[in-house]
Structures are given as C-alpha cells and as structure tokens.
Design a protein around this ligand. Structure first.
Ligand SMILES: Nc1ncnc2c1ncn2[C@@H]1O[C@H](COP(=O)(O)OP(=O)(O)OP(=O)(O)O)[C@@H](O)[C@H]1O
Ligand SMILES: [Mg+2]
Length: 285
C-alpha cells in the first residue's frame, strides 16, 4: 500500500465566532491516491482542506506532511504550498490579478522559474482548461465557470505534488466537467495525489479510489468507495446511493446480472456498456 503523504490526527478547529468546525478530525491521505470527500453543507470539508496547506492551524491535534508535523514557519509554509496546490470553493477567494495570464503566472513566478518556463507553464495550463482565448481578459469580466477554470489553471501551472480541489465541478458546464475529469485522470496517471470535495455522489463512486465521509466536523467513514458508499448507514447519512450501484442492484433483483463477481460497475459509462453487452448476449442465446 502507498505511504501517507498527508495526515490529520485529532484536529480540532474553532472559528473566532465560536463555531466548532472540526472535532477530533483524523484522516490519512496516501500518496498517488484519488480521494473524494463527501458530507453535508457545513460538515467541515472546506475547513479540513484549509488545514492541509496550513492556511488554518489546528487549535489542537496535528497536521503532518510526509510524517512530519507542520511547524507553520514562513519557510516551511512556502515549501508546503508549492507541494499542495489548492483550488478554492469560491473563485473570488483565489483570483487577485488584473488579467488571466497574470494570475496564472503568479505561482510559477514565485517559484523562481525563468520567464520562458513560466510562459510555457501558463500556456499549457490555459490550454488544459480551454481558456486560451481569454488569456488577456480582465479577471473581473469572466463568468463564474470561467473564473473556476482560471483557478484550476493557476494550480496546474504550479505542478504541485498534491492537488486539493474544493467542489471543482460546481458551476462548470457539462463539457468542462468532462474535460476536467480527463485532466484529473492525466494528473493521476502522472502520479499526482488528488483530493476533491464534492456533493456529487455518482462522481465520487466512479472516480475515487478512496472516499472520506464527514459529518459535523468529524470523519465518519473512510475507505474504498465500493465498501463505504454501499453501506446503508452511509447512504442514509448522505441521503442517497450511487445511481449506478442502485440500478445494478435493482436489475439483479429481477434476474439481470450485469456485474461479475470480481468487478463492480462504478461509472455510468460502464453501466451503459454492460447493458449493451447483456442485450447482445441475450440475442445470441
Ligand atoms: N469564517 C468562518 N467563521 C465562522 N464559521 C465558519 C467560517 N467558515 C465556516 N464556518 C462554519 O464552520 C462549519 C464548517 O464549514 P465548512 O465551510 O468547512 O463546511 P463544508 O463541509 O465545506 O460545507 P459546504 O458543503 O457548504 O461547502 C460550518 O458550521 C460553517 O458555518
Ligand atoms: Mg465547503
């Protein structure tokens, strides 16, 4: 099994108004994994994320990177933030430059890269999120979805080791959601560790190799999606079952077995292909 790259042990965090956002929150993120974090509004997902790159500091408990507790010094925070790239839930919290190219350049420039390399990274990132045509546009004139794309590009241009995305799909059109899924797949293949907060249970079930379910500032379940998201107590908490799992289960009740014993269908595309294969098989027999 891959080793722990980020770890929270018994982290408690209270905002200045007294809200207890994390209560003894413990979790481990292993290198190279794709983790989806689920939980109701206010469960603590964003607060937990802000601990992963040291923006927030626990009132008690520890955050560890590669087994070493964060010391919150200026130099180690700088190092941490070049390793852990964060795409915020609200793009307006992330964008601050006058135009798109400037904003995406900021991170790589701060890494001390030379101008040609910065330009190449920015061009590649703009291309990856389909924003080449908007490169010189003022940030404040962009639509919400376009702002989100620029935030994602800004993090891609940093080429971090770990990328943390807080509800990245929210506000993106269907085509961009599909493209982002492909980008994430490429990043995963290149060895990046990816952590995503999402309310999309079906995306989590199909995409993640680990899921974390949070409730009132705590982790209530952590493990493989086919184990965690099929648990009745988890489904009751989240208010739903993954649609592919539910359709497969109901078809099985009427005698249509789409899955073999080893392999659980997880993505909508897999379900559609299995249905087509089943029909073809039926016609032959
Ligand atoms: N700046 C803040 N000051 C005070 N309370 C806050 C602040 N930010 C968040 N909270 C509170 O902390 C708790 C956890 O919020 P958080 O934003 O981490 O939840 P979340 O799981 O990300 O929710 P969502 O799905 O809506 O994004 C909530 O009760 C929220 O009201
Ligand atoms: Mg949030």
């Amino acid at each position: 099994m891959s080793d722990a790259i980020l770890k929270l042990t018994d982290v408690c965090y209270r905002y200045t108004d007294g809200t207890r956002a994390l209560e003894s929150c413990s979790l481990t993120i292993r290198r190279g994994t794709r983790t989806a974090v689920l939980g109701d509004n206010g469960a603590g997902k964003t607060t937990m994320f802000l601990h992963l790159n040291g923006i927030l500091r626990p009132n008690s408990g520890q955050v560890l990177c590669d087994g070493v507790p964060l010391d919150y010094s200026r130099s180690s925070m700088r190092k941490l933030r070049s390793r852990v790239g964060m795409v915020f839930q609200n793009p307006d919290s992330q964008l601050f430059s006058a135009n798109v190219r400037e904003d995406i350049s900021f991170g790589p420039m701060n890494l001390g890269l030379d101008e040609i390399l910065v330009r190449k990274r920015v061009d590649d990132a703009l291309l990856a999120v389909g924003m080449v045509d908007c490169a010189d546009k003022p940030v404040h004139n962009l639509s919400y979805g376009q702002k989100k794309r620029v935030c994602i590009a800004g993090v891609l241009a940093m080429q971090p080791e770990i990328i943390v995305l807080d509800e990245p799909m929210a506000g993106l059109d269907a085509a961009m959601q599909e493209e982002l899924t492909i980008i994430l797949e490429r990043l995963h293949i290149s060895g990046m560790t990816i952590i995503i907060a999402t309310h999309d249970l079906d995306f989590a079930y199909g995409w993640a190799d680990k899921v974390i379910v949070m409730q009132t500032g705590q982790v209530i379940a952590h493990g493989d999606p086919t184990e965690i998201l099929l648990r009745e107590d988890v489904q009751n908490k989240l208010g739903a079952a993954p649609i592919v799992a539910e359709i497969t289960r109901r078809l099985s009740l009427i005698g249509i077995e789409l899955r073999d014993k080893e392999y659980l269908l997880r993505r909508k595309q897999d379900l559609l292909e299995a249905l087509t294969a089943y029909r073809t098989q039926e016609k032959k027999t």
